[in-house]
Write a protein that binds this ligand. Structure first.
Ligand code: ASP
Length: 585
């Protein structure tokens, strides 16, 4: 028998029991006549004791053991005189009388403790060692429980988990595909799925009216903290549903996860904002509503006083920051630098300080009297003591810059606590997005999203104005899921492809299988996919999804542990009928 208990299991009630433990040596200490070893496994740490007086031979053996050796210890559970309240096993220790070494370990490149000295790259290279540490272990455990509870929720509501293929067909919409050459069909390629979208729709045609799958998806995009080339979705689809049915079902799932995993009751209806409202009030389609600080439109109020910056701007927007009228020159300069960063793109920052004494000071005193500025203050509902920050420019880009400024102020004022969760739905997205470079429309969600019935007429006249039956679920400023009610009619789907610039032949070649299926009785259907990694990282309070994935890629899309991507042999290339054409640097 390798072990009678785990290293996280023994308590004061177990005193006098003879036990066998197996695990890794986290740390050992020699104190006079005693040697102490912290033995670790997935479940915790138990202290082992070796006594020079009572068993000198064994104690000498124990002193030779190094970090991360894998050992077995047999002994008796005794009460610790020096208890450690930080450990669940901290009341006891094991007086060891038999010791077996299963395997030695070379010195690990970093210490396997909660706080460690390993840099990011080193920890990625030795991920299996990093995974021994508590932070990652806790995150993976959380991830497991969330997947389990999600399945639980769906299982009790007649959803079926059905696997869809990984080797599929490359399609031009969406992100860039990862492709896989086919040996048996020379010159032809599969694509890895960006999502199981068309397959889940085909399952609806097949009559599986409630589908779910926790599934890997692949997108060849530039990486960010919340993006990985391969990531996991909780992918869902339902038949015979309206938008409200879908929202209610999946709001229920989010509530179930919060309750079962975090003990948090979100027993209110999640707020629902239209895309237009979200943009107008927060400058973002994924607003963080943990704090108010909404954007106010000052365009009309501010124009006409001869200040070109404002008079020439299509849009003037302001944020009212409570209690910050005492902001210093230096702080305001910092904020100006912040909004001028290329990724934010504002030209400058205007401000009005509404002092606690009622005195108004501003960066635009030259053009605006105190009475003029009072109109601004009213508009943003300012009170004495508030600071008003104002940006000007083209409408959409200014709103986006205000959103960034709002989040920055939220951070500075600690208004974004990680243990408060504020979900909301964003609805009524535009169906299409105009791309200036390509000079054509792209689907904002994907080409299978249905237009609102009342907007269908605009397909021929003003496609840019059509609203979609599409929705996102956002928590704390993170888009954790998105979906739509789908087109289930062949003619409308064809129409959509034509608006997206596909010729009928191209549409047939790319998506003929779906339109073919729609001829055999497609039910009304709709669904959603949750970004599972993002959801877990939000629950875990992590900023990067890498911290909730067992074996992630680094920010150049490499797995530095297995050294991938890597070259393949000429033999393999030949089999695949592939000739490389790589220019030497
Ligand atoms: N397949 C979509 C996505 O990956 C989600 C959906 O519409 O259900 O974003």
């Amino acid at each position: 028998m390798y072990r009678t208990h785990t290293c996280g299991e023994l308590r004061i009630q177990d005193i006098s029991k003879r036990v066998i433990l197996s695990g890794w040596i986290q740390r050992s200490r020699d104190l006079g006549g005693m040697t102490f070893i912290d033995l670790r496994d997935r479940y915790g740490i138990t202290q082992l004791v070796f006594n020079m007086e009572t068993n000198a031979g064994l104690c000498r053996e124990a002193r030779k053991l190094g970090r991360e050796f894998v050992i077995q210890a047999t002994g008796v559970v005794t009460e610790r005189s020096n208890k450690n309240p930080k450990l669940s096993t901290g009341d006891i220790e094991i007086m060891v009388d038999i010791l077996t070494v299963f395997n030695e370990s070379v010195t690990p490149p970093f210490t396997i403790e909660t706080e460690t000295d390993g840099g990011d790259e080193l920890r990625m290279k030795y991920r299996y060692l990093d995974l021994r540490r508590d932070p990652l272990k806790n995150n993976l455990w959380l991830r497991h429980r969330m997947a389990f509870e999600a399945r639980n929720y769906f299982n009790s509501r007649q959803f079926m988990e059905i696997e869809t293929p990984m080797l599929i067909k490359s399609t031009p919409e969406g992100a860039r595909d990862f492709v896989v050459p086919s040996r048996i069909n020379p010159g032809q390629f599969y694509a890895l799925p960006q999502s199981p979208q068309t397959f889940k729709q085909l399952l609806m045609v097949a009559g599986y009216d409630r589908y779910v799958q926790i599934v890997k998806c692949f997108r060849d995009e530039d990486l960010r903290a919340d993006r990985q080339p391969e990531f996991t979705q909780i992918d869902c689809e339902m038949s015979f549903v309206h938008q409200d049915d879908v929202l209610n079902m999946f709001e229920g799932m989010v509530k179930h996860l919060f309750k079962s995993i975090k003990g948090i009751d979100l027993n209110h209806e999640f707020p629902r904002l239209s895309y237009d409202q979200a943009m107008e009030q927060y400058g973002s389609d994924k607003p963080d509503i943990r704090f108010e600080m909404r954007i106010s439109d000052l365009t009309t109020a501010a124009k006409g006083k001869g200040f070109t910056v404002i008079d020439s701007a299509a849009y003037v927007g302001g944020l009212c920051v409570r209690g910050c009228s005492e902001y210093s020159r230096k702080q305001l300069d910092e904020l100006t630098e912040f909004v001028k960063k290329p990724q934010i793109g504002a030209k400058g920052l205007l401000y009005v300080k509404y002092g606690t004494d009622g005195i108004i000071k501003s960066s635009v005193d030259k053009f605006y009297s105190a009475d003029d500025l009072k109109i601004w203050l009213n508009q943003v509902k300012a009170q004495p003591g508030d600071l008003i920050l104002v940006l000007t420019g083209e409408r959409m880009s200014t709103l986006r810059a205000l959103s960034e400024l709002r989040l920055e102020m939220g951070n500075r004022l600690n208004l974004r606590p990680k243990d408060v969760f504020k979900p909301l739905w964003v609805l009524d997205f535009p169906l299409l997005e105009w791309d200036e470079e390509a000079k054509r429309f792209f689907a904002m969600h994907h080409p299978f999203t249905s237009p609102k019935t009342e907007d269908i007429g605009l397909l021929d006249t003003n496609p840019g104005k059509i609203r979609a039956n599409a929705y996102d679920i956002v928590i704390n400023g993170v888009e954790v899921g998105g979906g739509s009610i789908r087109i289930h009619n062949e003619y409308l789907q064809k129409k959509m492809f034509s608006v997206l610039g596909f010729t009928p032949e191209e549409a047939e070649r790319q998506f003929g299988f779906l339109m073919q299926a729609f001829r055999y009785g497609a039910p009304p259907h709709g669904g959603i996919a949750f970004g599972f990694d993002r959801l877990v990282s939000l629950f875990a309070g992590e900023d990067s999804i890498r911290d909730v994935i067992a074996f992630p890629k680094n920010n150049t899309a490499r797995d530095v542990m297995i050294d991938s991507p890597s070259k393949i042999s000429n033999e393999q290339l030949k089999e695949l009928s592939i000739k490389l054409n790589i220019k030497k640097e």
